[in-house]
Design a protein around this ligand. Structure first.
Ligand code: NAD
Ligand code: IPM
Ligand code: MN
Length: 367
């Protein structure tokens, strides 16, 4: 029996618990019916817990995740009762920054022609993956407010870009392209305006591109990227970009794959020999989450699409060493959409739980 893989599960806020309940059923199926060595560790973290006792992300929980877990499955964080979002930042950034998960891998793949909202375009033309830098940029929280609430108020957020951080993310993008049989990597930046930070990205990108002669290296400004994504997404294969632009373009990308209810993501720390190998040589825990947020207006109504979370579990299983199960889950999700066994956001009439039931039946019938 291989060693058990511990998976911390944080359903979170809003629709998070509803979609993660369905994703958890998939993991339980693999554990109980297929004998995968998985152990689930549910964590009561989120707005309810914060409002109850002030807890956001305790250091002892972080230490156990870092030491013992193989993966974390997260729903979403964000609750109108916590307008400052302090719990969300502590948990989400505690995981992303605290585990140094520098690559946020967000596939933009349409699984059915019907999901593509662009005129005369189909699923073959929407198949790219964005690698978003996940530990730096505008997200580091450096800066401050001065003379707050006065007419002379100053508000600053620093955009932090290190050579190490930029280089490892770009290299991870080229390595992803090589491994996944992709032909092209685009750098998306704003080096025409951000001439310090993004000149570093631009220079580093083309330096590294020289090491990957078989991969076509291209550059596009982020504003133009938005234009091209709508006009012709088929020109993109692998995209590397900074934290903020990666956040924004993957919501635009989600619209091309049927909406946020269909978009999955993995937060990982790729170990690349000679560049960012782990000093202890041990695989790091990775974080898996749908791209969407807590969607407060949908919460508690059995309306949220759980398929992004099912695809996210697929990415997790692929990462943990079962790539055939990732493919199986993707095929089942595609069948759910094709057969209209889905929620209203993607054209169906089922509720969250009923979609979960269909997925579990299809899964059981697929072996
Ligand atoms: P959102 O992703 O929650 O919702 C955006 C739109 O997509 C809404 O119309 C919503 O109804 C729809 N949508 C999202 N997920 C869906 C699903 N599974 N099925 C069907 N429709 C879905 O973004 P928002 O409204 O800007 O943010 C709400 C809260 O979530 C905020 O507090 C925000 O900070 C937070 N948020 C958290 C995460 C995260 O924890 N990873 C990600 C994004 C946003
Ligand atoms: C996401 C979210 C988060 C981000 C928010 C909640 C801080 O939008 O995961 O895409 O910007 O990273
Ligand atoms: Mn986002």
């Amino acid at each position: 029996m291989p060693p058990e893989k511990l998976i911390a599960v944080i359903p979170g806020d809003g629709i998070g618990p509803e979609v993660i309940a369905q994703a958890t059923r998939v993991l339980e199926f693999y554990r109980d019916r297929r004998g995968l060595p998985l152990a689930l560790w549910p964590l009561d973290l989120g707005a309810d817990r914060y409002l109850r006792d002030g807890t956001t992300y305790p250091p002892e929980v972080h230490a156990r995740i870092a030491r013992e877990a193989s993966a974390v499955l997260l729903g979403a964080l964000g609750d109108p009762r916590v307008p400052g979002l302090e719990h969300a930042r502590d948990i989400l950034f505690g995981l992303r920054f605290g585990l140094d998960l520098y690559a946020n891998v967000r596939p933009i793949r349409a699984l059915d022609d019907r999901l593509v909202p662009l005129r005369d375009r189909g699923m073959e033309e929407v198949d790219l993956v964005v690698l978003r830098e996940n530990t730096e940029g505008i997200y580091v929280g450096m800066g401050g407010q001065f003379k707050r609430g006065t007419r002379d108020e100053i508000a600053i957020n620093e955009d932090v870009n290190t050579r190490k951080g930029v280089e490892r993310l770009i290299r991870a993008g080229f390595e992803y392209a090589v491994r996944d049989g992709r032909r092209r990597v685009h750098l998306v930046d704003k080096s025409n305006a951000m001439r310090h930070a993004h000149e570093l990205w631009y220079r580093t990108f083309f330096e590294l591109a020289a090491e990957y002669p078989a991969i076509e290296a291209k550059h596009v400004y982020v504003d133009t990227m938005c234009l091209y994504l709508v006009q012709d997404p088929s020109q993109f294969d692998v995209v590397v970009t900074c934290n903020l632009f990666g956040d924004i373009i993957t919501d635009l990308g989600a619209a091309l794959q049927g909406g946020l209810g269909m978009a999955a993501s993995a937060n990982v720390h790729p170990t690349i020999t000679g560049c960012c190998s782990d000093p202890h040589g041990e695989p790091r825990v990775a974080l898996f989450e749908p791209v969407h947020g807590s969607a407060p207006p949908l919460a508690g109504k059995d309306l949220a699409n759980p398929l992004a979370s099912v695809l996210t579990v697929g990415m997790m299983l692929g990462h943990l060493g079962w790539p055939e199960e990732e493919r199986r889950l993707e095929q089942i999700v595609a069948r759910a959409v094709a057969g209209m066994h889905c929620t209203p956001d993607v054209g169906g009439a089922l509720g969250t739980r009923a979609v979960g039931d269909w997925v579990l039946d299809a899964l059981a019938g697929s072996f």
